[in-house]
Design a protein around this ligand. Structure first.
Ligand code: AMP
Ligand code: GLY
Length: 423
């Protein structure tokens, strides 16, 4: 069996690591991959959104399964692209273009949740033609006000305005000044929900589903959850407050209606659903859907899945996921992300990374690295994800912090307070 993983970060390294453990005979290719993924397969220099090159590669190399890591190719329709003609036999893990709109359009996701009665913040959506109505809506809205550019904006499209003036300014910048380009052609204005966030992950064939381990990521650059948003500075799994009772509510109020909604709306989905939740007085509300796994959430979720992942992925095509079990290990996992000084703004690349090979009690997932003359160099803002398993969250975090300290490169920075609420 030949498998192509699309993407180049810690998430894709974690997928390659997990799939490499499968008892099924396989060859793994990763496009474009990184030095971490190269330990488990062959890296192919193809951009994640270059569908034509993927097609040529997949046909030439008899690829059977394509696992898509990031959202861009999914939202751009890679699933539908592979569903055509001579690619039909290749099985893509992900949603159809229609279903990927759950992540690609915040207005679409809100409409879906409203229709399916899934708990989420109250909202209205506006385009430039309804600019004045939007301003009136903002003026009578309670504070703070959440404004969201409808389309993909690399995690930057959400603004929480503390005053009506700020909200009006943001609304104007998004809709009229095109601050987020076409992503801001529609703006969702929604109520602020106050609570603690977590994420649940679902693997579905569109009919059946398995719930994967829960996780919480730490998005802000600074300790104490301060400063700019990043792709994610660390993650833990499981999330201590996601207990059985809360999970029952998540299943009943959110997961079941989501899967039912996919069927009702004929949204083909054979992949991962990442549901960003907020717990408000013991009740779960959906903050967002993502149509893929999270990064760095994948780096704590996959190490906690006991089963061989490949048979589960293969079962999606024929909608036989229910024939496979998906058990979680009891151990806890924690990831600490090592980043380059300056990230998420300007940062330098090309610094030598040392002491990675000597680490034996953590999993090292490469996020932004490259090899040059056999030397490992930094090659991104997020550089390395250090994941550890432990008997408790505390143990797992302590090991990851220890190794985060041991690995060195110029300008290294990491948060020492991952999991702080639970320590
Ligand atoms: P999103 O891109 O939709 O995940 O939003 C990014 C972040 O903004 C979320 O992780 C939350 O921390 C915050 N956020 C989004 N919507 C809301 C809301 N309605 N109430 C409170 N916080 C929100
Ligand atoms: N860590 C957040 C994300 O992957 O969207």
């Amino acid at each position: 069996m030949n498998i192509l993983i699309i993407g180049s970060g810690g998430r894709e390294h974690a997928f390659a690591w997990k799939i490499a453990q499968s008892s099924i005979q396989k060859n793994i290719f990763v496009a474009p991959g990184n030095p971490g993924t190269a330990q488990f397969g062959t890296n192919i220099d193809i951009d994640v959104c270059d569908f034509e090159s993927h097609k040529t590669f997949c046909l030439a190399n008899k690829i059977d399964l394509v696992l898509v890591g990031p959202e861009d190719p999914l939202v751009n329709g890679i699933y539908d692209f592979f569903a055509q003609n001579e690619l039909k036999h290749i099985h893509v893990i992900g949603p159809s273009k229609h279903a990927a709109m759950l992540e690609g359009s915040k207005a679409f996701a809100k409409q879906f949740m409203k229709k399916m009665n899934i708990p989420t913040a109250q909202y209205q959506e506006f385009t430039a033609t309804k600019f004045d109505e939007g301003i009136d809506y903002i003026k009578q809205h309670t504070l703070p006000i959440v404004l969201k550019a409808d389309g993909l904006a690399a995690g930057k499209g959400v603004v929480i305005a503390e005053t009506h003036e700020d909200a009006i300014q943001t609304f104007t910048e998004m809709l009229l000044h095109k601050k987020f380009g076409n992503a801001g052609t529609t703006v969702v204005i929604e109520s602020f929900l106050s609570g603690i966030e977590c994420s649940v992950f679902v693997l579905t064939d569109g009919k059946n589903y398995h719930i994967l381990p829960s996780a919480k990521d730490y998005k802000r650059i600074g300790e104490g959850d301060k400063g700019l948003n990043t792709g994610g500075m660390g993650a833990i799994s499981p999330v201590p407050f996601v207990d059985e009772l809360f999970m029952q509510k998540v299943v009943h109020n959110i997961i079941e209606p989501t899967i039912k909604g996919l069927q009702q709306e004929a949204m083909e989905y054979k992949g991962f659903i990442f549901i960003g939740l907020i717990k408000v007085q013991d009740e779960p509300f959906v903050i967002e859907y993502n149509c893929r796994m999270g990064d760095p959430e994948t780096e704590v979720v996959l190490p906690r899945i006991e089963n061989d992942l490949l048979p589960l992925l293969l079962s999606l095509k024929n909608q036989t996921l229910h024939e496979h079990s998906c058990n979680h290990v009891n151990q806890s996992a924690a990831t600490v992300m090592l980043v380059s000084r300056g990230y998420p703004e300007q940062y330098e690349k090309g610094f030598v990374i040392s002491n990675v090979a000597s680490i034996s009690n953590s999993l090292i997932f490469h996020a932004g690295t490259k090899l040059s003359n056999d030397q490992l160099l930094t090659n991104g803002g997020r550089v390395i994800a250090v994941t550890s398993l432990g008997e408790s969250i505390q143990d797992a975090i302590a090991t990851s912090l220890d190794n985060a300290t041991n690995i060195s490169f110029e300008g290294k920075y990491f948060r020492r307070d991952i999991g702080w609420e639970f320590l």
